[in-house]
Write a protein that binds this ligand. Structure first.
Ligand code: SF4
Ligand code: SF4
Length: 469
């Protein structure tokens, strides 16, 4: 066997599809702070556990970065004011939720895919100051792993992905699990979204610093920065310094869904993950560029996380952009500022895995708005034609396209039968819980069956069934 053949090879997995890129509108758009927000609804449960307890009163004025709610100590984080303003009222917001277990706790057809969180409304906002600190207040290079863990815990840091958890808890779980590999996943391979790309392009040095801090806190030496092979030219500024910190940069082909946690772990380490988000079980932790940036800003400058970069785009948006948006900004206000058409379909996250933004109200008819949170990497506005959910499904024709393209080679047509016949145990035996909600089966099905949604509901039923035993 030649030496070439035994060298590690990356970038392959079975199934998957090539998606249209559709990123031209924002690929070169620099990160710009959003202007003119009238109010914020700051969520008190960014992590899906007991909400933080407010420590401010109505009418009180708070400054940017001031603590406004105390962690419940239940995996929750302290909450800080993203922008200076006046506390106007206590209210509720909806936040997206994508894990089967979380769906189970919130089972309610009206809000499936979303959960309700208490919030604090801030009005009379001052101008939002992006990245206000310029001088370092903490020498992280001289700090040991325990000191870094303590520092991270103080900052209310969370993971900026769809499974939002306190970063300190994630690091602690990684240490307990004996994780040996840390991946920064910048494989942003769904249409329209460029927020992580812009973060790595414009703030690459800080991303590398944050990744190094997390690696040191986790006590992991095998650290990988995974990027899209088409974009490496944009990341030159970050790639050279990454070598100084012992970080390997690996450029991967962009076949969808390589950006999912389960697939990127499989591609880079050949370890098989039981389900999306369970990488720690196979010794691999995965973070994203936004988490690394927030970690660096807090640890080095003492700047609490207050905002995130959001791609606001889609065919029904007049002014697509990568906006730095404070947590708690109402998505309706963001879409209005981007010139979204009034009758468009709005999506939180990607067109493949995101949640359509719904109108939610309390039993007394009060509106519960959707807001920007740590997991909001994109807000997309689609015209009615692009949003194809209204198409009437027809019976399965057994073409097999769904199984051929499923990255876990699940027998999706049989799972659809299980759904239609209510066969929960059969779905479980077929490996339903391996599904990573990538959405390929729905996208590709010629019968237009809403397969991914049906499998999500099957997973929900399995979780509930297991909990009842
Ligand atoms: S069954 Fe799940 S993992 Fe397979 S293609 Fe459908 S959504 Fe993706
Ligand atoms: S892609 Fe649709 S029609 Fe084809 S086998 Fe799968 S479920 Fe049936």
């Amino acid at each position: 066997m030649s030496l070439k053949l035994i060298r590690p090879r990356y970038g392959t997995f079975s199934g998957g599809i090539d998606l249209p890129d559709e990123k031209d509108a924002t690929l070169e758009s620099p990160i710009t702070p959003i202007e003119h927000l009238s109010h914020l609804y700051v969520p008190l449960a960014p992590v899906h556990t007991t909400p933080a307890k407010p420590i401010v009163s109505i009418g009180q004025r708070v400054h940017q970065g001031e603590k406004i709610a105390q962690s419940s100590g239940d995996g929750q984080v302290d909450i800080f004011a993203p922008v200076a303003g006046r506390v106007s009222k206590f209210c509720q917001v909806i936040l997206p939720v994508n894990t089967p277990a979380s769906l189970c706790q919130n089972r309610d057809e009206y809000i499936i895919g979303w959960r309700v969180s208490p919030a604090i409304e801030l009005v009379d906002l001052d101008e939002f100051e992006p990245f206000p600190s310029t001088s370092s207040t903490y020498d992280w290079l001289a700090a040991d792993d325990i000191s870094l863990c303590e520092r991270i815990a103080e900052g209310g840091l969370i993971t900026f992905n769809q499974r939002t958890v306190a970063l300190a808890n994630y690091i602690s779980a990684a240490r307990n699990a004996g994780v040996d590999t840390l991946i920064a996943n910048v494989m942003e391979n769904t249409p329209y979204i460029t927020s992580d790309h812009r973060i790595l392009t414009e703030r690459g040095l800080e991303v590398i610093g944050g990744l190094s801090i997390i690696a040191r806190a986790m006590k992991v030496s095998n650290v990988i920065l995974a990027v899209d092979h088409r974009r490496t030219d944009s990341y030159r500024q970050a790639i050279a310094p990454s070598r100084l910190h012992g970080i390997r940069t690996i450029a991967l082909a962009n076949k969808y869904p390589i950006g999912s946690t389960a697939i990127i772990i499989r591609v880079l380490t050949r370890r098989r993950v039981r389900a999306e988000g369970e990488g720690l079980e196979v010794g691999v932790a995965v973070v994203d560029a936004a988490t690394c940036l927030a970690t660096y800003r807090w640890v080095v400058f003492g700047e609490v996380p207050a905002a995130r970069v959001v791609t606001v785009s889609g065919p029904a948006v007049k002014n697509p952009a990568n906006l730095l948006i404070p947590f708690g900004a109402e998505v309706g206000e963001v879409f209005a500022s981007a010139g979204a058409e009034p009758d468009c379909v709005t999506i939180h996250g990607s067109v493949m895995t995101g949640n359509e933004i719904i109108k939610c109200t309390t039993p007394t008819g009060e509106s519960i708005p959707a807001v920007v949170s740590a997991s909001t990497n994109a807000l997309l506005a689609m015209d009615q034609q692009s949003a194809s959910d209204d198409v009437t499904p027809t019976p399965c024709i057994r073409c097999g396209w769904c199984s051929d393209s499923c990255p876990f080679r699940l027998n999706v047509a049989a799972l659809n039968d299980d759904f239609e016949l209510g066969r929960i145990n059969s779905a479980k035996r077929r490996g339903c819980m391996y599904c990573i909600d990538c959405g390929i089966c729905s996208y590709i099905c010629p019968a237009r069956l809403p397969l991914a949604r049906r499998i999500k509901l099957l997973k929900l039923a399995i979780v509930e069934e297991t909990a009842r035993r």
